[in-house]
Design a protein around this ligand. Structure first.
Ligand code: UDP
Length: 351
């Protein structure tokens, strides 16, 4: 298939691009590099053995998005594009609603114009809110997220559901991610947050390379085996393969829209994860226990039966592999991706 990957230069998008190419699909990346380095494209070319087609576009621009879809003539779209920092979404709700919804509207409009009826959407386990039974089943309703970021995911799921009801020939997979971590096994692709990382694993990785002093563990007085929160960490390469499985399953879907959890199906505590990371690094790292972070749930993980039964997919990479791959990436790229693409020399002013 020819696949337009919106947000394909980002953390999960870039790993998915490689997984698609490995399965023989054609890929066009659409990204505006608002939260990704252009040099990701060099790494993709290096790992793929050939350049990966790129459309540099702000997807909230409906006219430009239409041109991109017209030019790239995709059979399907995988939509990763959007803002994703929970805390920032509380401070800047309008930016989150506008960016995440407008990008989706542009893509859907362009898809309709050009008769593209296959879509895989990046959703999140945050749509389950704080009342769903653990492990979270896809059938749970009503969806309710606790942040503006999460509510953009709930809203987009609702938009896609309505669009699917109006056009029964559409096939849309809603992929609800749990906690993506890990990096490409080559150490050449990984997570490169701008500014102070919000998430546990990139934070620990930056402690390990000396960019941060110590991890703050947000509470060890939860009603869990070691008192710290349990989450369902999933290796980004498993997640990428989950996207390929969902894409290849769209044709066989019995209904226009279907949600799938992409998780490991297991809960891992903050302490277990931190200890595994120290073991991968080979020395103790500093951590201190501080107060709970507002809004954190004590424990949740995915019910993974639907993805296994219908997509034929399950996560295969365990905690040790996740942290070893993050460490390989972070130690080889302590400051993340290069700022400039190969062959560009920004310090040289043209005559
Ligand atoms: N966490 C922590 N210290 C940090 C960041 C996160 O103790 O600096 C904990 C957080 O309380 C949660 C888990 O690590 O229990 C995963 O948090 P993250 O922000 O990575 O993902 P979330 O579960 O919020 O989606």
């Amino acid at each position: 298939m020819r696949v337009l990957v919106a947000g394909g230069a980002g953390y999960i998008g870039s790993h998915t691009v490689l997984a698609l190419l490995a399965r023989g699909h054609d890929v066009v990346v659409a990204d505006d590099f608002s939260n990704a380095r252009p040099s990701v494209m060099d790494r993709l070319a290096e790992l793929a053995g050939r350049p990966v087609a790129l459309e540099e576009v702000d997807l909230t621009d409906e006219a430009r998005t239409e041109e991109v879809v017209a030019r790239s003539e995709p059979d399907a779209v995988i939509h990763f594009a959007g803002l994703k920092a929970v805390g920032e979404s509380v401070r800047e709700p309008l930016a989150y609603y506008r960016t995440n919804l407008d990008a989706t509207f542009s893509l859907l409009t362009a898809m309709r114009t050009h008769d593209v009826r296959r879509l895989v959407f990046s959703s999140s386990a945050t749509v389950y809110g704080d009342h769903a039974p653990v492990p979270y089943p896809e059938s749970y309703e009503p969806l309710a997220a606790a942040s503006p970021y999460g509510r953009t995911k709930v809203m987009i799921e609702q938009v896609l559901t309505d669009v699917g009801l109006a056009d029964p020939d559409l096939r849309i997979a809603l992929l609800r991610y749990f906690n993506p971590v890990g990096a490409h096994a080559s150490g050449r692709l990984g997570e490169d947050p701008q500014g102070v990382p919000n998430n546990l694993v990139p934070y620990v990785a930056q402690v390990a390379v000396g960019r941060r002093d110590r991890l703050q563990i947000y509470g060890d007085d939860y009603d869990t085996p070691d008192g710290t929160c349990l989450r369902d960490y999933i290796h980004v390469e498993d997640l990428a393969e989950g996207h390929v499985a969902a894409l290849e399953h769209l044709e066989a879907m019995a209904t226009p829209v279907r949600a799938f959890n992409l998780g490991s199906g297991r809960g891992t505590s903050v302490r277990e994860l931190f200890d595994a990371f120290c073991a991968a690094v080979g020395r103790p790292l500093e951590a201190e226990v501080v107060g709970r972070r507002p809004g954190d749930l004590p424990a949740y993980w995915a019910d993974v039966t639907r993805a296994a039964d219908e997509l034929g997919w399950r996560a295969t990479r365990g905690l040790e592999e996740m942290v070893a791959d993050v460490w390989r990436w972070q130690s080889a790229n302590p400051d993340g991706y290069p700022r400039e693409r190969a062959g560009q020399h920004p310090d040289v002013t043209p005559a």
